[in-house]
Design a protein around this ligand. Structure first.
Ligand code: IPM
Ligand code: MN
Length: 359
């Protein structure tokens, strides 16, 4: 298969981890005889520095003419500490999601058998946990009207949702549940928010066409607690934009490290693949960032194009590297392989055709 991939490394550790996932995609192309091309463009703080625009037109254009986007990370502390900044790196990613119509963000979370003991949670609580979070990505409070009064003493962010936005998301979540353990949990705050009540009503309606899928509801505060005390109850979590952002960082603790969590953002036409972690500025350039979330995002990219064996090969190589303790220090303090070493090890496993990755 021929795939043109736009690579947007972004800020902080983005470039170092993306370098590893590109390397892995090249190894897959070699092993399975595909033709993947990669073209880079700037986004975020890197783009503000270069062009004063967090999403330059050329970057957006490249994404639109490519088959998929591989995204690194975004954010820079110099903007975090300056709340008055009008131009912010994050605007680049938000605008990209909106412009490409990436309304669904899919974040799989599972407990890795070999990493149970490294989690701050009790191993018996998280063993076997396996869920996928369906986070709505182009609506809600992230995209509602924002105001700041002239005296800078009053600010507001509007949270809005339409039936259509909820409906298209809900179908995706139920379709996914049907192929999994057939359970959808809607996470909302319907005891307080009107938008949440619209979510409940819409989701209940759509659930009628999926009689074999169990539908459950949790308020987001309770869901945050359930995620820690009984994560095994979750199969597909369906939720709005901001709740999904928060709950997925929380869920990453189950996987052992946020450095392991990949995501796919999809819409009608375009798709983008990115780790859920941020730009981790403290680690930039030190070679300590975990490349696995980015590598697994590359696997989700392949899956999206139905290259299932290729995606499974990456997954198996990652599992093997974790099993052998070839990992960065966020996972295991005693195992301090560099970003590059971990990437090269996984690459080696992929290129070694004799290695039985699936057995
Ligand atoms: C994420 C990130 C982004 C978000 C930021 C960088 C805007 O936290 O992808 O989870 O909040 O969506
Ligand atoms: Mn986030």
């Amino acid at each position: 298969m021929k795939l043109n991939i736009a690579v947007l490394p972004g800020d902080g550790i983005g470039p170092e981890i993306t370098q590893q996932s590109v390397k892995i995609l090249k190894a897959i192309a070699e092993r399975f005889d595909h033709e993947f091309t990669f073209e880079e463009a700037v986004v975020g703080a890197a783009a503000i520095d270069a062009t004063n625009n967090p999403l330059p037109d050329a970057t957006l254009e490249l994404c639109k003419i490519s088959d998929a986007v591989l995204f690194g990370a975004i954010g820079d502390p110099k903007y975090d500490n300056n709340p008055a900044a009008k131009v912010r790196p994050e605007q680049g990613l938000l605008k990209l999601r909106k412009e490409l119509g990436l309304f669904a963000n899919i974040r799989p979370v599972r407990a890795f058998e070999k990493l149970l003991e490294h989690s701050p949670l009790k191993p018996e609580r998280i063993a076997g946990a396996d869920m996928v979070i369906y986070r709505e990505l182009t609506g809600g409070i992230y995209f509602g009207k924002k105001t700041l009064s002239e005296d800078l003493k009053h600010a507001s962010d509007l949270c809005e949702y339409s039936f259509d936005e909820i409906e298209r998301m809900t179908y995706l979540a139920f379709e996914a549940a049907q192929k999994r353990r057939k359970k959808v949990t809607l996470v909302d705050k319907a005891n307080v928010l009107e938008t949440s009540r619209l979510w409940r009503k819409t989701v209940k309606e759509i659930a009628k066409s999926y009689p074999e899928v169990e539908l459950d509801f949790l308020y987001v505060d309770n869901a945050a607690m359930q995620m820690i005390i009984n994560p095994k109850q979750f199969d597909v979590i369906l939720t709005e934009n901001m709740f999904g952002d928060i709950i997925s960082d929380e869920a990453s603790v189950i996987g052992g490290s946020i450095g392991l969590l990949a995501s796919a953002s999809v819409g009608k036409q375009f798709s983008l693949f990115e780790p859920i972690h941020g730009s981790y500025p403290q680690a930039t350039g030190k070679g300590i960032a975990n490349p696995i979330a980015s590598i697994l995002s590359a696997a989700m990219l392949l899956e999206h194009f139905n290259l299932l064996e290729e995606a499974a090969t990456i997954q198996a190589a990652v599992d093997k590297s974790l099993e052998m303790n070839i990992c960065t220090s966020d996972i295991n303090k005693k195992s301090t392989y560099s970003t590059e070493k971990v990437g090269t090890f996984i690459e080696g496993l992929i290129l070694d055709e004799d290695l039985k990755l699936n057995g």
